[in-house]
Design a binder for this molecule. Structure first.
Ligand code: GAL
Length: 347
């Protein structure tokens, strides 16, 4: 009887302890301060992500945002200032991925945890128990671009309206994001490799770097069009903004028309991100499709990390899977005009 009473008491205490642990999870304290660092303002995807994320910082936690204007030395300076300014955690979109190691060293001295996002630190840089990275599962995005194109082209590419010169080879150009950025490198490699593995012969006529932005996408398209003209059958763009720059040029030259459907435009253009402007271009029949770079899921994971780190929780019940001890990745969905409405209704 006594034995039963004691074991019951122990199990009650256990339940109480578990309940307390669970309810403590995610309780950042009043008065804590965090800082967000972005590599530069004016990047469409980063602006949308920052808008979503900063609107959801846990109540009671103060925050500041710094814009490095695409300069690592400016960002270093900003980090040094805030590290000595009593901040409890830094959320960093590094300008240069190779600078992460020295950022980690600086913060480790003051025992300040870091969550990097979007610009992935090399694996040997991510050391320490309170250093994380959250970003896109970049391997899958180029593959999804290829899948969406293969589905459009169907089994019979040769002789189809997409094979404009009838040679059964896909003549493509690539608009590449920033050199050395993990997303630019992997999306570029994977879209081509995967289209080939799906059975298509592919001729990559040129790869132009356009640094993620619309203006450079326009200029890159101008160069490409002057050289290859209407022989271009497909444009793989590493993101939506560069794709939109290319489309702006094609509209200015009268190659694309606002009055045509996406199936009637003479070049297929696909992007990545699913930004508001990207989705609008799909709606208008200009951009064939995109792969969602899911900043909502990425931001939710960052904010959950913020909560766990600030509340000192043990991570036992942490709801996201952490790869190699530090990395949290999210894949994204293919969006074309065919599923745009459905996508908008659930996102
Ligand atoms: C990529 C995104 C680009 C750009 C870049 C900045 O993931 O697709 O549009 O925002 O990050 O690092």
């Amino acid at each position: 009887m006594i034995k039963y009473g004691i074991s019951k008491l122990i199990s009650c205490m256990l339940i109480l302890a578990i309940t307390l642990t669970v309810s403590l999870a995610g309780c950042a304290e009043e008065g804590q301060k965090i800082a967000f660092f972005k590599y530069k303002g004016g990047d469409t995807f980063i602006s949308e992500m920052m808008g979503y994320m900063t609107a959801r910082v846990p109540p009671g936690v103060a925050f500041e945002v710094r814009d490095a204007g695409n300069s690592q030395s400016v960002q270093n300076q900003q980090i040094v200032e805030l590290v000595s300014g009593g901040f409890d955690l830094l959320v960093i979109n590094a300008v240069d991925r190779l600078a992460c190691s020295s950022i980690i060293e600086k913060c480790a001295v003051e025992k300040i945890p870091i969550i990097f996002f979007n610009r992935e630190p090399p694996e040997d840089a991510l050391v320490g128990s309170d250093v994380f990275y959250v970003g896109a599962d970049t391997d899958s995005m180029g593959k999804k671009q290829a899948e969406m194109v293969a589905e459009l082209f169907g089994g019979d590419f040769v002789g189809s309206k997409f094979d404009k010169n009838g040679d059964n080879v896909v003549q493509t150009v690539i608009l590449k994001g920033e050199q050395g950025h993990q997303d630019a490198e992997k999306r570029t490699d994977n879209c081509i490799a995967h289209l080939k593995s799906l059975g298509y012969s592919v001729d990559v006529m040129a790869i132009e770097v356009a640094d993620w932005n619309r203006r450079d996408g326009y200029e890159a398209m101008k160069l490409l069009f002057e050289e290859y003209g209407d022989s271009i059958e497909l444009i793989f763009s590493n993101n939506d903004d560069m794709a939109l720059g290319a489309i702006d040029y094609l509209l200015d030259e009268g190659i694309f028309s606002q009055d045509k459907t996406v199936y009637e435009q003479s070049i297929v253009v696909v992007g990545v991100d699913g930004t508001e402007v990207g989705l609008e271009a799909i709606e208008k029949g200009l951009l064939y499709g995109t792969v969602n770079n899911d900043y909502k899921k990425q931001s939710d994971a960052i904010l959950t990390l913020v909560d766990y780190i600030l509340s000192g929780d043990s991570f036992r019940d942490f709801p996201y899977s952490i790869t190699r001890g530090h990395y949290i990745y999210f894949g994204g969905d293919i969006i074309t005009k065919a599923n745009l409405e459905e996508y908008l209704s659930i996102s």
